[in-house]
Design a protein around this ligand. Sequence first.
Ligand code: THU
Length: 134
Amino acid sequence: MATRQIFLVLKKIRNSAIAPYSKFRVGSVLKTANGKLYSGHNIESSSYGLTICAERVALFKALSEGERKFSEIHILADSGDFCPPCGACRQLLMDFAPEIRIVLYNQNGDKKYFRISDLLPEAFTPAQLSGVPK
Ligand code: THU
């Protein structure tokens, strides 16, 4: 699917966000290595800390369906500007998709591309755990 079409899908998903507290709606589309798309939007709780971001919803949906290889994640929020993923989402993307390409959109559909290594330099990764003495 071309990024123009993904932008249209993102707008639809973002508009379904459950964000009654912040009113800040976010949509994401995660693409697997095989080209399958998983969507996510943020879901907020009255106990604010239980809120989950759009990116993690898409990632957890895909992981729970057995997907393990991801090529791109596309993100669109309500803000006037590009919306980069939060720190928690960056860590999960680093854990599960260290090669992923991150595509941010603004309201005009302009795009900015990043690698997760750009957004989370010197990251903690699963490789560090292998150094634990047994
Ligand atoms: N949010 C996301 O869904 N993704 C991000 O990358 C940043 C923040 C959500 C969480 C919360 O529902 C709202 O935006 C305001 O922080």
